[in-house]
Ligand binder design. Structure first.
Ligand SMILES: [Fe+2]
Length: 267
């Protein structure tokens, strides 16, 4: 079956016929919980309703993408990588290594964040070959974001764009991301996997969306370790400060951890 609909097509149509008036698709409208395997099947068979629902402001929660024990092990391996190598920053060019960096409300970025970010590329396998391990979900992500999954995972800095997987560690004591929206020039969908659980690993804070009345929707209570959230990146969203009353330690594994699916243009 040929794919009839893409996010790009929906964006183009709404620009020309005003059907979305540039408003309704910028806000959260509803949530749907669906088993990961079922959502994957719908995306890979090019079910148009997935695209129109996302563009209409629906947030999908994909249950049970990966087992909790495996994801917890992955989280610990990433944390150990952060502790055993110094923070650094690298442009996406050449044989860019995997690296990690601490962003403590750095004003050089448009969006204020307090987060430890880890960046992983397909040509490195230290500390884990994350792209191979998460391939089933990367396939879903790349299809939604209008890439050929089997091709882009082999891309290198000789191509225009590469897969960049990220881990975000929001420390206790106020790890956060300010309210924002992401552009859709390169990335057509936002996809985030949970590596911790609200109520177990932290008590308050986490992902939220705004609806068109300014009300916040917090999906965290619906999310377990190994679940994935998918949404249209132009929805207004942020991460509320995690456990503000607690002490913050960048070196501690405690806090809120996620995997961010991402593609990055080569410099
Ligand atoms: Fe974002």
């Amino acid at each position: 079956m040929t794919q009839a609909l893409t996010i790009s097509q929906l964006e183009k149509t709404s620009e020309t016929d005003g059907s979305y008036a540039g408003v309704s698709n910028l806000y959260y409208t509803s949530v749907e919980e669906v088993p990961f395997a079922e959502f994957r099947k719908r995306v890979l068979s090019h079910d148009d309703t997935v695209y129109s629902d996302l563009f209409g402001g629906k947030v999908f929660i994909l249950k049970n993408a990966y087992p909790k024990e495996e994801i917890t092990k992955l989280r610990t391996a990433i944390h150990e990588f952060g502790q055993s190598t110094p923070p650094s920053f690298h442009k996406v060019q050449g044989n860019c290594p995997n690296f990690h960096t601490i962003n403590e409300e750095n004003t050089n970025y448009n969006i204020l964040m307090r987060v430890h970010t880890y960046h992983f590329f397909g040509w490195n396998d230290n500390p884990v070959d994350i792209i191979k391990y998460l391939y089933e979900s990367i396939e879903v992500y790349e299809t939604l974001t209008e890439q050929d999954p089997s091709k882009i995972i082999n891309n290198t800095c000789d191509d225009d764009v590469v897969v960049r997987m990220q881990a975000h560690h929001y420390p206790l004591g106020g790890g956060h991301t300010q309210l924002h929206r992401d552009t859709t020039e390169v990335i057509k969908v936002a996809m985030i996997m949970m590596m911790t659980k609200c109520g177990e690993d932290y008590e308050s804070g986490g992902l939220y969306f705004l609806d068109m009345f300014g009300e916040k929707f917090h999906p965290e209570s619906l999310l377990d370790v190994g679940d994935i959230v998918v949404f249209y990146p132009m929805l207004l969203h942020g991460v509320e400060p995690v456990d503000t009353g607690k002490t913050s330690e960048w070196s501690s594994e405690a806090g809120r951890w996620t995997i961010i699916f991402n593609n990055r243009p080569v410099v």
